[in-house]
Design a binder for this molecule. Sequence first.
Ligand code: SF4
Length: 493
Amino acid sequence: MTRRWLFADQLGPHFATGRDGVLLVESRAALGRRRYHRQKLHLVLSALRHRAAELGGSALLLRTDTYREALAQLGEPVRVYEPTSYAADAFVRRRLRTGEVEGVDPTPGYSLPREEFARWAGGRRQLRMEDFYRFQRQRLDLLVEGDRPTGGRWSFDDENREPPPKGARTLGVPAAYRPRESDIDAEVRDDLDRWERDEGLETVGHDGPRLFAVTRREALAALERFVAHRLGAFGPHEDAMLRGDWTMAHSLLSVPLNLGLLSPVEVAERAVQAFHDGDAPLASVEGFVRQVVGWREYVWHTYWHFGPSYRHRNGLGATATIPAWFDDLESDGVTAACLSDVLEGVRDRGWVHHIPRLMVLGNWAAQRGYDPDALTEWFQTRFVDGYDWVMPPNVVGMSQHADGGAMATKPYVSGGAYIDRMSDYCGGCRYDPRKRVGDDACPFTAGYWAYLDRNAERLEGNHRMARPLQGRHRLSDLEALVEQERARGDDPP
Ligand code: SF4
């Protein structure tokens, strides 16, 4: 056995350590390669250093400029688990040739090995998430009775799309788990301050108290708190947004899951156990299991399946540059209540849940025709749970429909009516979600029709878009609306 080099997203006990110990590397160059959210860097460094402290003498934490330097300093070969990006994969392959990496083992970070996904995908014309999810449920024996799904349905999605409770400012569920910062966090904060001040490290977003689990102990506590107090309310309101409640009933487990502190199967099994114990309703549990072993794993596998060029796909020819206010998370100049609040959330926490990501930020970007490659980079660096494998399928495929429909059967764009139904934003906004034209025209409503008009030809063959595309011909003010949106330019709405 040789020393095991564990990457910064392989920090849980299911990533077995080598008999001769563990190598952990903090690469200063990797931290500064992109303009990451300050809190993202904090979480990764904190997780790495906490893991090194837990492992004690059996772990060697090297702080070097590059990974290459770390391997040279170590001076002996290491074994690794499959890394989680094309760049890291190429690095590992080069080091295999030099002998610095002795071998690459399949990652235990996901429930389905890559060869098995390839077998599942082989010969399928379309890789439908629904089919993959059923395959996962059956294979992992989650909410199934024989061949049948528990409750008679594979999906309870239609019960999980409720708007927020009327008049409520918050969902009213017990707060999510909140970690207590340690001396390691203080040290990480000092280092980041110093690197920003003296070494030109550029970050984006605000620093703030650590909100997410970075150790195994914290991750298990976060899981237990979610299952005991919040899972029941998760399902019905998983798509709803409230200005005064950024967590709603979401689990906040994407960070510890993506740091490799929890295995997806243990998380899903714990939720299923809560259903069997009578502690959470089936619709909520099913919705959660779908996210963890369905969507999340589907995204992981499609990242590899579609290849490295996937993130550059641009099926709708969107080439607009992301404006500085959006890029820098400057929510102050934005008067659209929804966009302002969501940008503020990203600035202050590096995290908003999946609907603000998809139906506010992604929707906005699609309507304005932001370049999907740049937008993928934006999501990857601005979100504390964003990784190279996470964002291309989510942004290029799901959100921007830039892959020609390989992942999603239609673009996720909507007017202000959707945001109005699913949130409390519009009541306090200077715009009116029903208005398309004029000073108080909702930029999402106008943007929706402008998007359809601009992309009509490219979306023509998509039968799910036939009705919306047809609908634009009934608008007497379409021309004025398109002109109004053109005149809006890059300015914040
Ligand atoms: Fe957002 Fe439009 Fe509603 Fe304002 S009116 S909050 S811009 S959807």
